[in-house]
Design a protein around this ligand. Structure first.
Ligand code: HEC
Length: 408
C-alpha cells in the first residue's frame, strides 16, 4: 500500500488540466473514486456516501479506488487525469493545500471535509528512541511528498527517507528514526492496526503542513460540486460531519497555520517533480519478476573503496553522505533494501542506475564506474566483499532481489 501521494502528482494534474479529460454525461449515477493507497479511503467513502445521499444524488463507488495500473508507486498525474474522464466523476479524499494549488487550477473542488496535514511524531513511553552519539536526531520523511519538503528545512538532522507514509510511521515505531514528519491520517491508520503503539503528535511548523481533504472533479461538474457544498454545510451544522470524521481530525496543538508568505512552495514542488519526471521518462521501472533468485554477484574491496569515492563525488549531494537520502531516496536501509520481499532486483537497480544516474548526468559514467558503485551499494546494504571482481555484465544480469545482506 502506497501513499506516496501524490500531492505532487496532484499538483501536476492540476497544471495539466483538462487536456486529457473527455466529457462524460452526468445523467447516470455519479462515479466516485478514492486515491490508491490513501490511508483515509474508508473515511473518504463514508463521507462521500453520506454527502451524496443528503444531496439526493445517486452514486456508485469504484471498488479499488482509481486504477493505478497495478503499479506500486502511487498514482501519476497522467493516470489521475485519465481516470477522471474514464472511471470517475468525483475523487473523494483529494488533498488540497491552501497555498499549493490556488492558481491555474483546471479542476473544481468542494469545501474541505477534513482539515489534516503533516505532523511531527515521536514514540511515546519507555521505548522512545534517543538521538545518536553525535547528538544528531534521525528524522523520517516520505520520499517525494510534502513531508520531504518539510523535513529538509530542518537543520542538523539525519534523514531517513521512506517510500510510503505507512513506512514513515513505522520508522518511528521500529526505531529507525527518532522522529517523523508524516501525513497525519497515516498515523491514525497505523494506530488502528497497531493499537499498542502510542505516538506523541506535534505540529510540523511549516507553511507546507496544512491540507484539506476535498472532493475534486472536472470543471464540467460545477453544479454537482455546488450541491455537495450545500450538503457539507448542512452536515457541518448538525454535527453529522464531526461524527463521521471523529478520530481523524488533528489533535489539539498539532495544527499548523498555512502561511501566505510561502513563495517557494511551487518552486520546490516543481523541482522535485522535474527530478522524478526526468528519471521516469526513461521508463525504467524496476520490478522483481516472478522468477528471481540466485546468489548476489561477487565483488571485491577495491571496488567498494573506488565506488565510495565516486559516490561522494557524484551521488552524495542528492542521496546523502550516509546514503540516507536528501532530495533523492535513501540508498541504504529498509526503504531501499528491506529484510525480505524486496521489489527490486540487483540487475534492475544496476540497469536503472546506469541509465538514469547521476540524475544530472544520466548514463555518463563508464561500465567500470557503475560496477564499482554497485559494489559499494551492495556492501553498504550488508553484502560482504570477496575476491572476485564485479563486472558490468554480472551486475546487469543479476535477478537476485536486493534484500539486506547477511551483515544486517
Ligand atoms: C541531482 C540529484 C541526483 C544525483 C546527483 C544522483 N541521483 Fe540517484 N536519484 C535521484 C532521484 C530524484 C531519484 C528518484 C527517482 C524516482 O524515484 O523516480 C534517484 C534514484 C536513484 C536510484 C533508485 C532508488 C530507488 O529506490 O528506486 C538509485 C539506485 C540511484 N538513484 C543511484 C544513484 C547513484 C549511484 C548516483 C551517483 C552516480 C546518483 N544516484 C546520483 C537523484 C539523483
Amino acid at each position: 500500500m502506497n501513499f506516496r501521494i501524490t500531492h505532487i502528482a496532484v499538483a501536476a494534474a492540476l497544471a495539466a488540466g483538462g487536456a486529457h479529460m473527455n466529457a462524460h454525461p452526468a445523467t447516470n449515477a455519479v462515479r466516485v473514486c478514492t486515491l490508491p493507497g490513501s490511508p483515509t479511503a474508508v473515511l473518504d467513502v463514508a463521507v462521500a456516501r453520506a454527502v451524496l445521499k443528503a444531496a439526493g444524488i445517486p452514486a456508485t463507488f469504484a471498488a479499488h479506488g482509481i486504477d493505478d495500473d497495478g503499479g506500486d508507486d502511487g498514482i501519476s498525474a497522467h493516470e489521475l487525469s485519465r481516470a477522471l474522464g474514464r472511471d470517475c466523476d468525483l475523487v473523494a479524499g483529494f488533498p488540497r493545500s491552501s497555498i499549493a494549488d490556488a492558481s491555474g487550477s483546471q479542476m473544481v473542488f468542494s469545501q474541505g471535509y477534513l482539515r489534516s496535514g503533516y505532523v511531527s511524531i515521536t514514540l511515546r513511553g519507555p521505548h522512545a528512541a534517543t538521538a545518536a552519539a553525535d547528538g544528531k536526531e534521525t528524522v523520517a520523511a516520505t520520499w517525494s511528498s510534502p513531508s520531504q519538503l518539510i523535513a529538509v528545512q530542518q537543520k542538523n538532522v539525519r534523514f531517513d527517507l521512506e517510500n510510503t507514509s505507512e513506512l514513515t510511521v513505522d520508522a518511528v515505531a521500529k526505531g529507525r528514526a527518532q522522529r517523523a514528519i508524516v501525513w497525519y491520517p497515516a498515523v491514525v491508520a497505523y494506530q488502528r492496526t497497531h493499537p499498542e503503539q502510542q505516538f506523541a503528535v506535534a505540529a510540523a511548523p511549516s507553511p507546507y503542513a496544512d491540507w484539506n481533504l476535498v472532493f475534486a472533479s472536472r470543471p464540467g461538474m460545477r453544479a454537482l460540486q455546488a450541491r455537495i457544498d450545500d450538503s457539507l454545510t448542512h452536515m457541518n451544522g448538525d454535527g453529522r460531519l464531526a461524527a463521521l470524521t471523529r478520530g481523524w481530525t488533528l489533535p489539539e496543538g498539532a495544527t499548523s497555520e498555512a502561511r501566505a508568505d510561502a513563495p517557494h512552495f511551487d518552486d520546490a514542488m516543481t523541482s522535485y517533480r522535474r527530478a522524478r519526471d526526468n528519471v521516469r521518462a526513461a521508463g525504467h521501472i524496476i520490478k522483481v519478476a516472478a522468477t528471481t533468485g540466485g546468489n548476489p554477484p561477487a565483488f571485491d574491496h577495491e571496488q567498494v573503496e573506488h565506488g565510495q569515492h565516486i559516490y561522494s563525488e557524484s551521488c552524495a549531494k542528492c542521496h546523502g553522505a550516509q546514503l540516507e537520502g536528501i532530495t533523492a531516496p535513501a540508498l541504504s536501509g529498509p526503504a531501499f533494501a528491506p529484510a525480505a520481499n524486496s521489489h527490486l532486483t540487483i540487475g534492475g537497480i544496476y540497469q536503472y542506475m546506469s541509465t538514469n544516474m547521476p540524475a544530472d548526468r544520466p548514463g555518463k559514467m563508464s561500465d567500470q564506474e557503475y560496477a564499482d558503485l554497485m559494489a559499494f551499494l551492495l556492501y553498504t546494504n550488508g553484502y560482504d566483499a570477496g575476491d572476485a571482481k564485479l563486472t558490468s555484465e554480472a551486475a546487469q544480469s543479476s535477478t537476485t532481489p536486493l534484500n539486506a545482506g547477511p551483515r544486517h
